[in-house]
Design a protein around this ligand. Sequence first.
Ligand SMILES: Cc1ncc(COP(=O)(O)O)c(C=O)c1O
Length: 441
Amino acid sequence: MTVRLHNELDLNAFWMPFTANRAFKKAPRIIESAAGMVCRTDDGRELLDAVSGLWCCNAGHCHPKIVEAIRRQAGELDYATAFQLGHPGAFRLAERLAGMAPQGLDAVFFANSGSEAVDTALKIALAYHHARGESARTGLIGRERGYHGVGFGGTSVGGIGKNRRGFGPLLPGVAHLPQTHDLAHQAFSRGQPAWGAHLADELERIVAVADPATIAAVIVEPFAGSAGVLVPPIGYLERLREITAAHGILLIFDEVISAFGRVGSAFAAERFGVTPDLIATAKGLTSGAVPMGAVLIRAELRDTILANAPDAIELFHGYTYSGHPLAAAAALAALDVYDEENLFSRARALAPVLEEALHGLADKPHVRDIRNIGLAGAVELTPRPGAPGARANDALARAFDRGVLLRATADTIAIAPPLIASEEHIATVANTLGEVLDALP
Ligand SMILES: Cc1ncc(COP(=O)(O)O)c(C=O)c1O
């Protein structure tokens, strides 16, 4: 007889993040174990993971090499502070990341999540301008529908209304670029849409109103994941780079989900051919196995801060767990796996397969847009009148019942399988979603 674990669990105390707690606790879904592409529920059902956990398990679940590295590290050195002390793993990992990063981004600062990486990047941007004697540069520019985590910095530059409401005035001096997705001009684009590069010119307008000498940085996701896979129009990121450079404004890419193979390269910056001044990343860095975030920084920024520091400690910022030994071991092992199994090129090769499979759903009921980049895709549904999000949620529940794990933001269903996925896995995901849509009210 199958024992339903959640019947024995008291679900009350755990206030679940970004979750409909009341609904969940009436119908809990508990994942008990996972391996490769598959998660297993407590009642023994198998689910094909089409979202890499939460955009993070790029090497699949419980990869033996990553598991072994964490085990070994846990028995050797559980913890060493990175404040005025060090351990080999953090240095090795930083060197490795600097070697993979776009040219010039040779300094690495460790955090423990995407949110912390983003807030660290924003603070380093301000510290850099301060160190150069441009202390008036404190303004930050994000983008509508941008998601940069849940710290006060990331929430402030983030552009998803519900994530901001109810949390007070947030940071002062923040402006937002217009979002880049437009159904009228871009629906059913494959890869980067042709329309929309001009939306980057809004930056010129914002900068002119605010005075460029007061703006520290612009932060964008190269492609927005959490808001529903919003792919940058051709030429858009290039234009942002030109405008920021012209005004001495730093460009930060939030690559928390776009790095480590998601678009077929180590960083999306490489794939899109645009080099920012800072990259915030996390998630796939350890393939989700241990929490870790990192900021990759143009070395000149770091060197400027170091050279102009009035104190022995040059940057009064850091985390108890910056460069944690377990996280560093997991990350080094994940990077080995990505290399040894050629997972970035595998993602590149699978991208057209995912594109075909998803765009094959174009004629299914309720579908009003399909978009894709690398191993990420979205199927956007027409919302039910008066009930935004309900249709996609319903689709998710039905896919779950059919053994496929998906995610949704409002009425957009996201697909981002681990890079180890096979063509058959992708076909199963698309077929299941197609069957779900056929029957969906
Ligand atoms: C682009 C982006 N930035 C930041 C974050 C926040 O990361 P975390 O949840 O690890 O704090 C996320 C999480 O999904 C993200 O997608």
